[in-house]
Write a protein that binds this ligand. Structure first.
Ligand SMILES: [Zn+2]
Length: 293
């Protein structure tokens, strides 16, 4: 079981890193379940890809993120149907990575999908890949760039876009009545934040975003890749990024090379070891401080 979970989690990370083109043949994902939070709100644990969310109102349902595969998204829809006969009103997307959107093809064609305008652009680009052709009818039908709120059966749902961070199309789904925020990949625990520079992400933007998330009147934060987080977890993440940004900046001012800076963070690669698959947060910070974007 541990191996299955680990493999599934690893595939989700690869999906996040690689953008949208993901195929998953080998690994059995962990069983999918709907974990109750409060007031008809659930987080979706297990299955292939990132955690998702479900809001069950008296008459309608909202889903937040769409899992990584059609099979997992079908399993999620089946779990929802065990709890309610209510029809789906919206799918809300926190960003464009494949482990959050590639399961969309399990949803009925014509489903209303809301995302940041830049997430739609990323998806248009990615869905040109013939392997993802089945996803072409599932581009966001409505886009957001600032802040907007919806109501489902009287439940207020705020869609908050605070600028580029993990990607340039991040969207937080905040439920003020339940004090819950679905934050996608803006916050993890247990590993460094991921910044997709090629999707317009930025570590300095992430710091600003996390400050706005901390200012929300919420006590539960659902992340794409960890168990529910507290405000203390978000604050700890924010502090750790700011500390690393300050240290990289100071080392650059001292004239240190990137290799020396990486060594100062213990990031030296042993000779003969394969290179990391993606740049570390330290390299991302260094790029942001030394390159004009
Ligand atoms: Zn992601």
């Amino acid at each position: 079981m541990r191996n299955r979970i680990t493999l599934s989690a690893a595939l989700a990370v690869i999906a996040c890193l690689g953008g949208l083109a993901v195929t998953e043949n080998q690994a059995q994902p962990a069983p999918l379940s709907l974990e109750p939070l409060k007031g008809g709100v659930y987080w979706v644990k297990g299955g292939s890809g990132a955690n998702a969310g479900v809001i069950i109102g008296r008459k309608e349902v909202i889903v937040i993120d769409a899992k990584m595969t059609e099979d997992s998204a079908r399993a999620m829809l089946a779990e929802i149907q065990k709890l309610t006969p209510n029809p789906l009103k919206y799918v809300l997307l926190t960003h464009s990575d494949g482990d959050h959107v590639n399961g969309l093809s399990a949803f009925p064609k014509g489903t209303a999908i809301i995302a940041h305008a830049n997430t739609r652009k990323d998806m248009e680009e990615a869905f040109k890949d013939p392997k993802l052709g089945a996803l072409q009818p599932y581009l966001p039908t409505e886009t957001v760039t600032g802040e907007r709120w919806l109501k489902i059966d009287g439940v207020r749902v705020d869609l908050l876009c605070f600028g580029p961070a993990h990607t340039s199309g991040d969207l937080v789904v905040y439920l003020p009545g339940q004090k819950i925020a679905f934050v996608g990949d803006l916050a993890f625990t247990g590993r460094d934040p991921l910044i997709h520079r090629r999707k317009g992400g930025t570590s300095f933007g992430l710091v600003q975003y996390l400050k706005k998330i901390l200012a929300l009147d919420a006590d539960t934060f659902i992340s794409g890749h960890s168990d529910p987080l507290t405000k203390g977890d978000i604050q700890g993440l924010l502090t750790s990024i700011e500390e690393r940004q300050a240290k990289v900046k100071a080392l650059i001012q001292q004239g240190k090379s990137l290799d020396e800076i990486k060594a100062a963070f213990g990031l030296t690669e042993a000779p003969g070891q394969p290179a990391r698959r993606w740049p570390s947060l330290i390299e991302v910070i260094h790029q942001e401080l030394t390159q004009n974007r």
